[in-house]
Write a protein of this length. Structure first.
Lengths: 213, 444, 221
């Protein structure tokens, strides 16, 4: 596993059947990060993006060949006047390619986040599957959460899913925790913390895990 | 000299004179024309280059848009009427021909029934000129959808013609659905119509726009406008089933503002047109206001349907529920575009969107582009979308009961659209289901 | 029905090898074997369900149906009760059956179909209201299986393939479904091919033949 802590421009090519685990740790940074990835046939990429504070613009794009797999998890903890602008593009060009991106975040005070997630299934990407899931908890009075989760499909044999939620907890979860004496706003905070920690643990980095404990 | 569309002040004056506009409306039209020429085409969405703006002026001015006999209606339109089971007497109306007398008669009957209940239901031009309604008309006309909104609202403001005016006093329920009234004998029938609906406190209405049979028109632009003012605790269901002919550009703008406790339900079936850009919108202005949207859209060969919904949560405890179903086949392109915006004052608001898309074959295209802009921490917003092909498992299961694959597909698609069709009055639901079935079988 | 040298394969391997057996009219045959042996695959192969390449002959009343599509086979008188009945959004049971009957040449009004299916539902111990609801929606596993039998009673097939019809059914329901199957067979002379782990479904039926399936082959008759 490799941790990248600096902003800048990056490009990665994963060879056939190559596996890579990459972590972007962006802590209180200001500026732009852009990275493009090409995944050859059968390549597998696991990527975590950990954003703690700062004012960052981030653009990640992926081209997925046949049987390539991408699994991305973003943990976002913003407060004060932090901002995070994120553009994600997974371009499925190969058959049976798979992508999933999961974004968990909490925004406090006057923090703002904008994410544009795009999955594209090119003609010929039969059996491809792409999913986008975003779950954001707003804790502050002046936060702003903008999301544009897009699926563009030119291939009928591919499947796309996305789910987005902002401040949403299922009735079951809410009732259960309330029955344990927790007030609603505390519940949101606890649940957000728990989910961020789950992503932090994927990095297997003690330093990162500690940030979220 | 730059090629223009021929729409100039002279034509606007002619329209205004023909319609007997009050002076303020004449001036209003001129101002809109100016805005229209200043604004650009939208920089996003479907390709509008096929739009025949050059001939709009001719169309708007002359009565040549109306075919003068049933025989001049293209074969495919006539055949579709047969298949959809449209009765003989109505075929004429829908093709823009036929007994003016019949449609006038129907209109007056509905009008009489409605007024017995205190419901005001008039042709909009009538309302504009009637001393009883002129002021309320002027207070509301194009205030919710200003001409400056985009190029086609400006065009609409300049050349609008016909439509409905509905005013429902406080506490009154219109007991049966009202329908938009097209005066088929008038030039520009139904294409630049303006619908203005005002519901006072506690009022109730179901309004149906258009019809489900294909309408044939010579000029290829529909730039209508619908403005709905929903008063406190009032509620309205606005149903549209449209299948304009396949050369049409359907660029309708619909907007509602909803006061405290009020509710609007949009029910939309979009099947026609070559290109559509339709995004009914609700501004949830008062506490507890709510919007529900159920829409189904089917894009077949040569069609580019860009539809969706917009909602603005401006007050606490507001609710929106969006359910969209899109189907694309034979190379059609279907785009779902939505905006859910929740402002800082919209405490404890809730919004949920469910968007499902079916691609029937390997030539179709389906795009889902929802936008969320959430600025309130206590708001709860959730959205789910899926894009994919019709389930083989479902087809097999139905075939194993003995029906052909085509029949199975037709039933599955109808079932997929069921959420929407069940919201419509029965005769529209039947026509819509019929339309879906025939489309699936490649007969439309 | 007769299967002659029937095989099924995926792109990579052969799942069924040279399956041959005969079902005489009006008889009941039981397919047994460990999980994954290929029992359900045989039933799915007779129905022509997708996902596999099939070869060999399937003769129904002497006629080779192996080239027919799923719906053609169904219209030839075959009915399969699915191991996992499929739920279809927005489509009512009545509407599905009406279309199925219409495909067979029986054009009935919705109300007539409703009567038929309601009677069948009541027979299997389900509420007749299920007829108007979405197909297989919000039904428990056992209810879905009962619904399959109700469909069978409406469609009146001559060859019935039962794929674990008993899974999800309690003992009492097993017995009553068994009785219904027995009565149906007595009335119509239908032929049954049954895959079952829970032999309670056979309580009211007489098994004429048992075929043991192992690794995609018939090992014992």
């Amino acid at each position: 596993m490799t941790i990248i802590r600096e902003l800048g421009d990056y490009g990665f090519n994963l060879a056939k059947d190559e596996h890579m685990h990459l972590v972007f740790l962006l802590k209180n940074l200001s500026g732009k990060l852009s990275a493009s990835f090409r995944l050859a046939e059968g390549a597998k990429l696991q990527i975590e993006q950990i954003i703690i504070g700062g004012k960052t613009d981030c653009s990640l794009s992926y081209t997925l060949d046949k049987n390539a797999q991408l699994e991305q998890s973003n943990a976002l903890k913003l407060s004060n006047n932090d901002t995070f602008n994120f553009a994600y593009f997974a371009d499925h060009v190969g058959e049976n390619s798979q992508s999933s991106i999961k974004i968990i975040g909490s925004l406090d005070d006057r923090a703002q986040k904008q994410s544009e997630l795009k999955i594209h299934f090119a003609k010929g990407a039969t059996g491809a599957f792409g999913s986008e899931a975003e779950k954001i908890t707003l804790l502050g009075k002046q936060t702003r959460n903008v999301a544009i989760p897009t699926i563009l499909s030119d291939e009928s044999e591919a499947q796309g899913r996305h789910s987005f939620s902002s401040g949403h907890i299922s009735e079951d979860e809410l009732n259960y925790l309330q029955s344990r004496g927790l007030p609603s706003d505390k519940i949101k905070e606890i649940m957000a913390r728990g989910e961020l920690l789950k992503i932090a643990k994927l990095t297997k980095s003690p330093e990162i895990i500690q940030e979220f404990e | 000299m730059r090629l223009r569309d021929g729409l100039d002040d002279k034509i606007i004056d002619e329209i205004s004179t023909l319609k007997g506009d009050p002076e303020w409306m004449r001036q209003f039209r001129h101002d809109c024309l100016k805005t229209y020429h200043e604004l650009d085409f939208p920089k996003w969405g479907p390709d509008l280059s096929g739009l025949d703006l050059e001939h709009i002026s001719n169309y708007v001015r002359s009565s040549s848009a109306m075919v003068s006999s049933w025989d001049e209606v293209p074969d495919d339109i006539r055949n579709s009427f047969e298949q959809l089971g449209i009765p003989e007497s109505e075929k004429g109306d829908l093709a823009g021909v036929g007994a003016q007398y019949d449609s006038e008669l129907v209109y007056h009957r509905v009008k009489e029934e409605a007024s017995k209940r205190g419901v005001v239901y008039l042709g909009i031009e009538e309302a504009m000129k009637d001393p009883k309604y002129a002021e309320i008309f002027r207070e509301h006309f194009m205030k919710l959808v200003p001409p400056s909104d985009h190029k086609f609202t400006a065009l609409h403001g300049a050349v609008w013609s016909g439509g409905s005016f509905v005013h429902i006093p406080a506490g009154v329920s219109a007991e049966f659905p009202l329908q938009s009234y097209y005066r088929f004998n008038a030039p520009g029938a139904g294409q630049f119509e303006h619908t203005l609906i005002i519901l006072e406190e506690g009022a109730n209405l179901h309004f149906i726009e258009g019809c489900s049979a294909p309408k044939y028109n010579v000029a290829n632009l529909h730039a209508g406008c619908v403005e709905i003012f929903v008063g406190k605790n009032a509620s309205i269901k606005y149903s549209t089933v449209e299948s304009w002919s396949k050369n049409m550009f359907n660029l309708n703008t619909k907007r509602a503002v909803v006061e405290e406790g009020g509710k609007i339900e949009w029910v939309t079936g979009s099947f026609g047109s070559q290109v559509s850009m339709l995004y009914p919108m609700a501004i949830l202005k008062g506490r507890g206001a709510s919007m529900e949207y159920s829409g189904v859209s089917l894009a077949g060969e040569g069609q580019d349907l860009d539809t969706g919904v917009k909602v603005l949560h401006q007050a606490p405890d507001t609710r929106s529920l969006i359910n969209s179903k899109s189907i694309s086949k034979s190379g059609g392109k279907n785009t779902f575009r939505s905006l859910v915006k929740v402002l800082n004052d919209a405490k404890n608001s809730r919004s949920f969107t469910d968007c499902a898309s079916l691609m029937m074959d390997d030539q179709s295209h389906n795009y889902t582009i929802p936008v969320f802009d959430i600025r309130e921490a206590s708001a709860s917003v959730a959205h789910e979308a899926s894009v994919g092909k019709i389930s083989e498992r479902e087809i097999e299961y139905l075939c194993s009961r003995g029906m052909s694959e085509d029949t199975a597909r037709g039933l599955i698609v109808r079932g997929f659209a069921n959420d929407v069709s069940k919201q419509l009055p029965v005769e529209y639901a039947i026509e819509m289901n019929n339309y879906l079935k025939l489309s699936m079988e490649g007969n439309l | 029905m007769e299967l002659c040298g029937f095989c099924a394969q995926t792109e990579k391997s052969e799942i069924l090898h040279d399956i041959s057996f005969t079902l005489s009219a009006g008889s009941t045959t039981l397919l047994t074997g460990a999980n994954g042996a290929g029992k359900s695959t045989i039933l799915r192969g007779i129905m022509g369900l997708g996902g596999l390449q099939y070869s060999g002959k399937i003769l129904l009343d002497g006629k080779n149906i192996s080239k027919l599509s799923i719906d053609e086979r169904a219209r030839s008188g075959i009915f399969m009760s699915f191991q996992e009945p499929v739920a279809i959004e927005g489509l009512s049971l009545i509407e599905a059956l009406r279309s199925a009957l219409e495909a067979k040449g029986e054009k009935l009004a919705l109300s007539a179909v409703k009567v038929r299916i309601s009677e069948a539902l009541e027979k299997v111990g389900l509420s007749p209201f299920i007829a108007s609801r979405e197909l297989n929606h919000k039904l428990s596993g056992g209810e879905k299986k009962k619904c399959e039998i109700a469909q069978m009673l409406v469609l009146q097939p001559k060859l019935v393939l039962l794929d674990e019809i008993d899974s999800g059914l309690d003992a009492k329901s097993c017995k009553s479904i068994s009785k219904i199957l027995s009565n149906y067979q007595a009335e119509t002379g239908a032929t049954y091919l049954i895959v079952s782990h829970n032999l309670k479904i056979l309580s009211e039926l007489k098994v004429d033949q048992e075929l043991i399936v192992e690794d995609g082959r018939i090992v014992k008759k």
